[in-house]
Design a binder for this molecule. Sequence first.
Ligand code: SAH
Length: 396
Amino acid sequence: MAQLVLASGKERSLFRRHPWVFAASVAKLDGRARAGDTVTVQAADGRELARAAWSPASQIRARVWSFDPAAIIDHAFFKRRIAESVARRADLPELQGQQGVRLIHAESDGLPGVIADRYGDTVVVQLTSAGAEKWRDAIVTGLVAATGCAGVYERSDSEVRGLERLGPETGWRHGSAPDGDIVISEHGVNYGVDILAGHKTGFYLDQRENRLLTMQLAGGRSVLNCFCYTGGFSLQALAGGAASVLSIDSSGPAVERARRNLAINPQLSAGRAEWRDADVFETLRSLHKAGERFDMIVLDPPKFAPSAAHAERASRAYKDINMFAFRLLNPGGMLLTYSCSGGISPDLFQKIVAGAALDAEVDARILRRLGPGADHPVSLAFPEGEYLKGLLCQIK
Ligand code: SAH
């Protein structure tokens, strides 16, 4: 096995159990390794620290599989890690009875580059690193063993694979499911999930608990849901008894799917829902101009800042939509505002929202800080795993 020797002093982050070795920390590679091969990570003084996956094309030159330098990385290793990850979720109260659950959350579950989401009887797996790619078969076998699922579909078509010089890979890796959407029920609402072409693995599982909160708050309120995608927050608001729900997304197919999702929920009052295939930035302005007001607004935009380098421009975009949302609220109105940008810290996000309230000339307070559900844990050793944050604000 090849040895990855760190530059002097660069072992410190590994002592803190951070799983990434950046290119600038590598002094040399002793021996030969191909992309994805397991290497031993060594401090400059020769101490062995970890076993990691080598990724020569990426700035993240290695990702740690185990901080035990004697660990054997083989099929049994993945079987064990996957079983542990699945078992940890089995006891979490909020996940009881859920049909859509993230089973593996990459680095935060000790499996860098591996994401696995369960939708009913189907598991969708996404591999984003050279190491994960190398162990595809072991990962698929481990998922089948841990879940007994009928099918495993691979959706390794995320752009981040480009950073590891990996092309897209999609297809059934075990069993299959009938053509068409997989339908899951969440808090009593049905959603069709397009695992072949939907965003991420098909659905925003990370917002499950916040969809529930939306349902709990929506009763009797007029709701505006911006960036509605396939109608997640919109349908929960209807289920919670919202007086009306206006939903906006600039993707025609997403709005179409949202309408179809409403149609598979005959228990919801479809007459209270209005959908618009439109740009949120423009629509917020025109609604304001028209003097429209809402009791509750949800803002769940796409990732404006994938990394800290994009933070400044993204901050302006976040401030713009939050300012207009505050202006569009009736007295006592609620804003549920989110950012899924890794490049915007919770602290910065709060500052942006505070600036937006100031510019909108509203007196707003935070009722609750929001984040992803417990199936999207953040390892304390890996703060980069935290990306989704939100605030529930109320104005006077
Ligand atoms: N809230 C959703 C997820 C939102 S994903 C859920 O819980 O399921 C972000 C969505 O924003 C995507 O559907 C994308 O089509 C949409 N979008 C991106 N830019 C937009 C814009 N400028 N105006 C309207 N929608 C936009």
